[in-house]
Design a protein around this ligand. Structure first.
Ligand code: ADP
Length: 198
């Protein structure tokens, strides 16, 4: 059985985490943020070092350990009763992050919709990331060069994921709006997605 899935998509700083956390509080929605899981690894885990090595340069962690971590985390949530794939919709934030990851997950995910938090204003993204650096103590948000590299990685490697799934699944949301307006747009559309509409 494939996991019924919604993807939160968009550049670093577009607001995926903010929206994902809120959606995850709705009954029958389960939120998974890939970056959060990397950041929660204990220092003793060798992958924690790999994560810091890549994320501090604005690069993606290699695909194999990323997908393996994802699989272990989700299976653990299933085993411990936090995630119920027969009733829950999986809300993925930050994964799949390139076409290869999307291919690796093709047999696992039934992607029903993609919410593309679109932000045409580069300066706004940078501003948000720099604000977050202070609030959440994130090293990768503090350095302008790293921010630029992450936005470049997003353009080159992550954006093609939209074409992989096809435009029909994509709901474009203006992420320059306030969080509550973005949430309103997502909720207005999510309820109409076939399979979620009850
Ligand atoms: P943002 O959306 O602001 O870039 P994330 O918390 O999603 O922040 O990601 C932080 C970093 O974690 C990324 O720059 C990357 O190095 C790593 N990362 C997160 N998700 C993935 C993924 N699916 N594949 C590879 N690397 C990832």
């Amino acid at each position: 059985m494939k996991y019924r899935t919604i993807l939160l998509f968009g550049a670093p700083g577009a607001g995926k985490g903010t929206q994902g956390k809120i959606l995850g509080t709705i009954p029958n929605f389960f939120h998974f943020a890939c970056g959060d899981v990397f950041r929660s690894l204990s220092a003793a885990n060798p992958l924690a070092r790999v994560f810091i090595e890549y994320s501090s340069r604005g690069k993606l962690v290699p695909d194999e350990p990323t997908i393996e971590l994802w699989q272990q985390f989700i299976e653990n949530c299933e085993r411990t009763g936090r995630f119920h794939p027969d009733t829950d919709i999986l809300v993925l934030d930050g994964i799949p992050r390139n076409v290869h990851q999307a291919e690796m997950l093709a047999n696992t995910l039934d992607v029903m919709a993609i919410f593309y938090l679109h932000c045409p204003d580069f300066r706004k993204l940078v501003e948000r990331l720099q604000r977050r650096a202070l609030k959440e103590n994130r090293l990768d948000d503090a350095n302008l060069k790293v921010i630029r590299d992450r936005l470049k990685t997003y353009d080159l490697e992550t954006k093609p994921v939209l074409n992989f799934y096809g435009r029909k699944l994509v709901h474009r949301i203006d992420s320059t709006q306030t969080p509550v307006q973005v949430l309103g747009d997502i909720l207005g559309r999510i309820a109409k997605v076939r399979g979620i509409d009850g």
